[in-house]
Write a protein that binds this ligand. Sequence first.
Ligand code: PLP
Length: 370
Amino acid sequence: MATNRRALLKQIGLGIAGIGFSTQETFASDQELFGDFQADPIPGLRLSSNENPYGPSPLARQAFAKYSNASNRYSWTLGPALIAAIAKKTAVATENVLLGAGSTEILDLVCKLAASEKGNFIVGFPSYPYWSITAETAGLKKLTVPLTVDKKLDLPAMQKAITPETRLIYVCNPNNPSGTVHKRNDLEQFVLEASKTAIVLIDEAYIDFSTEKSMVDLAAKNDNIIVARTFSKIYGLAGARVGFGVATKKRIEQLSEIQSWPNGSTSVASTAAALASLNDLKFVQDSYRLISEARAYTIKELEKLGMIVIPSTTSFVYFSIKNFKKDYFKILETNKIEGTGLYEEEGKWTRITVGTMKEMQRFINYLQVK
Ligand SMILES: Cc1ncc(COP(=O)(O)O)c(C=O)c1O
């Protein structure tokens, strides 16, 4: 996935480079930017980045259209309006919310803040890895703690791994790539203990697919607990780049100091679209239901094919291909399916994003071919 994402970013980068010094002909076409994945009907399937196949929501699309016309202006009002809507939705105060260009920006800012004192950070393996490059570049040493056999974060082992030099503990809940979630009570105990000496960063990118309660309430009152959330997943706005952090007023102020333009990284159109998405309850409910149905189908069919599958509360499925008799990756390649590589060599564990039911039926059909 890292390679896929880098390749895509590179392609986009090339497209943007053309804008600076040439005419329209040098703009990359949709085909160049996105490969086959935007074509209709799609010859390939992108099941790699846990994007919502149904988004953006109808109300978000309207907002994009309306606010693209206002994109010649900076907006001083949309950001605060989005913050107010997020605060209301998550039952915290506006002073507890910081907007970012995706939750990635929030994760990066927290890494930089934690790295203001040298030391180490703790992360499960495998877990969502990209932000950890920022932590390492900022001078923190990475300590990884393997998941349990049922592919959950090993909270007792993470607790044991904490040293006096630990500055940051990353908790991805639900965890990407394994799709497992911790019960609020278990996690709360761990987080309250771990946050006594270091910042606990809880990444809730997929919490909307789970019935477990978010930890934003704890983040709003404990300086050492910070929650990162995103509009990229259930809200279907991955390309719009809108995320937010929830923390105490003191932490939000500290994070704002290291964000070049506090709350200013999201575009006018993206901010308006995120705001509209929050009101599009039907879209969120439909996405939840459709993705849950396609996920249940995928899990059932993968099991029939001999895969070992981890129960998932997310928009992706983690499974072992070690008992699969055919060449799984060859099948993906032949049929132009973008999945992910192996996260764990031992046991041969890979991940697939849950697309639409039709996409998952195609994926399964390819795997079934004799
Ligand atoms: C666990 C997790 N956190 C954060 C992100 C980053 O999302 P974004 O920057 O689009 O909010 C992702 C994206 O796939 C993710 O899986």
